[in-house]
Design a protein. Structure first.
Ligand code: GMT
Length: 375
C-alpha cells in the first residue's frame, strides 16, 4: 500500500541539549521527505535552519500574571497542541522528553477526544527525564502515567530502556530508536578552518561539549586535560554553557591554563569545531546516549568517555576510543595519549561506527511507528 505523507507535530525543548537537537533534526529530515512538520515549543529551535515549506513553528507563549508564582507552561502547551492538532489536522504528535511534554500531550489528547478527534501520541525518552528528573518522587506518578498512556514509547538506547523499566512501573512496550547523525561532508575543509582558529600545527586539540551541568563532570575534563598537556602539547576547547562554567573558568585561572583552555560558550553548529579535534572528552556521571560523542565520531574524532549508561552503545572500546570508569581521571588521561599514538586507527574506527547511526535508518524506524499508531 502506498504510504501517504503525514502531518506531524513535534514537541521538544528548543535548546542546545541533545533532545532538542534530535527533535529538530528529525523534523527537518521528515519535512525534507515531504511530510508536514509542526514544531510546537516555547521558542524557535536553535538547530532549525534553512527554508522548507513543509515546516511550521508554533510558539507557546505563557502570559505573565502576578498570581502565577510558577507560570503554567504545561497547560498552555496542552492548549497549543489542541489548537495545532485541530486546525492543522495533524495525524500524530511526537513528544521528546517526558517532562512535561508527555503529560501535556495526554491532556491534549483527552480534550480532543471530547471533540471527537483522535490524536496518537509517540513519546521519546531521552535520558535525564528518566535517570535524573523522572525518578524524583515528585514527578514519578505523572511520568509513569504519561508513559503508560502514550500510543508508542521509544528510548534512545538499550540502557535507557532498562533504566525506565527499573525506575518506573511501566507496562508499555518501549522500542529503542537510537539517536542519529547526518553523515558529515567535507570534513577536511572544516578541519583546516577549525585548527587554524584553535591550535598550532604541533598541538593536539581536545574538545568537550555539554550543558556544563554536574552530571557532565566538567571538572574531570579539566583534570584530564591538565595531565595530557603536561606530556603532549595541546589545547582544550570547552563548548557550551551552564551552572558549572564559572567554577571551571576559575579552576583554569588558578591552574595557569588560560592560554590553553578556551571557553567558547554555546555554538549553533558544533561540528564546525569538532572537525578540528583530535579527541572528544565525555567523562559523564550518567549519559543515556551521548549524542555529542556521536557527532564527534561522525567527523572522525576519537572519544575518551566514561563507561556509563548508553555510552558503550556508541563509543566502542579500542575501536572509536576508550571507555573508563566514572571519575578515573588518570586512566582517561593515559588512554588519551594511547589514542594520539594510534590516531588514524581510532579516527577511522570512530567514523565507521558513526556511519551505522545514519539518519535514514532511524527515520524509517520512526515512520514505521507513526504509520502503526495513526491507523
Ligand atoms: O545532555 C544533557 O543533559 C541534555 C539531555 C537532553 O535531554 O537534551 O541529553 C539527554 O538526551 C540526549 C539526546 O537523546 C542524549 O544524547 C544524552 O545522553 C542525554 N543526557 C543524559 O543522559 C545526561
Amino acid at each position: 500500500m502506498e504510504k501517504r505523507f503525514l502531518r506531524i507535530g513535534i514537541v521538544g525543548y528548543p535548546t542546545f541539549g541533545g533532545s532538542g537537537v534530535v527533535a529538530t533534526e528529525l523534523g527537518m529530515a521528515l519535512a525534507e521527505q515531504g511530510h508536514e512538520v509542526h514544531f510546537i515549543t516555547y521558542s524557535q529551535p536553535v538547530r532549525l535552519k534553512g527554508i522548507n515549506k513543509n515546516i511550521r513553528f508554533h510558539e507557546v507563549n505563557v502570559s505573565d500574571y502576578p498570581l502565577f508564582v510558577y507560570p503554567p507552561y504545561e497547560l498552555v502547551l496542552a492548549s497549543k497542541m489542541v489548537d495545532v492538532v485541530k486546525y492543522e489536522k495533524l495525524d500524530v504528535l511526537h513528544v521528546h522528553y517526558a517532562i512535561p511534554h508527555a503529560s501535556a500531550a495526554y491532556m491534549a489528547k483527552k480534550i480532543l477526544e471530547d471533540e471527537g478527534i483522535r490524536i496518537p501520541v509517540v513519546t521519546t525518552l531521552h535520558g535525564t527525564d528518566i535517570t535524573l528528573v523522572g525518578k524524583d518522587d515528585s514527578f514519578k506518578p505523572v511520568i509513569t502515567f504519561a508513559i503508560n498512556h502514550s500510543d508508542a514509547v521509544t528510548a534512545v538506547s538499550e540502557s535507557l530502556k532498562k533504566d525506565t523499566y527499573r525506575f518506573f512501573d511501566i507496562h508499555q512496550n518501549i522500542e529503542v530508536v537510537p539517536n542519529f547523525i547526518e553523515p558529515a561532508a567535507n570534513c577536511d575543509h572544516w578541519r583546516q578552518l577549525a585548527r587554524k582558529e584553535f591550535v598550532t600545527s604541533d598541538e593536539k586539540m581536545l574538545v568537550h561539549i555539554s550543558n556544563f551541568r554536574p552530571v557532565k563532570r566538567i571538572m574531570d575534563v579539566l583534570e584530564i586535560f591538565k595531565a595530557v598537556q603536561a606530556e603532549v602539547p595541546s589545547r582544550l576547547v570547552m563548548v557550551g554553557d551552564g551552572p558549572e562554567r564559572h567554577k571551571a573558568e576559575q579552576w583554569t585561572r588558578e591552574n595557569g591554563l588560560t592560554s590553553q583552555i578556551d571557553f567558547v560558550g554555546n555554538v549553533k553548529d558544533p561540528q564546525e569545531i569538532l572537525a578540528g579535534a583530535d579527541l572528544f572528552v565525555l567523562p559523564s556521571e550518567s549519559e543515556s546516549f551521548g549524542l555529542s560523542a556521536l557527532e564527534a565520531m561522525s567527523m572522525g574524532v576519537p572519544v575518551i568517555s566514561s563507561n556509563t549508561g548508553g555510552l558503550p552503545e556508541v563509543n566502542q572500546d579500542g575501536v572509536s576510543g576508550y571507555l573508563c570508569a566514572v571519575g578515573d581521571v588518570a586512566e582517561m588521561a593515559r588512554k588519551s595519549k594511547l589514542i594520539f599514538e594510534d590516531w588514524n586507527h581510532f579516527s577511522s574506527g570512530a567514523r565507521s561506527i558513526a556511519l551505522k547511526f545514519g539518519i535514514d535508518r532511524v527515520l524509517n524506524q520512526y515512520l514505521a511507528i507513526y504509520y502503526r499508531v495513526v491507523v
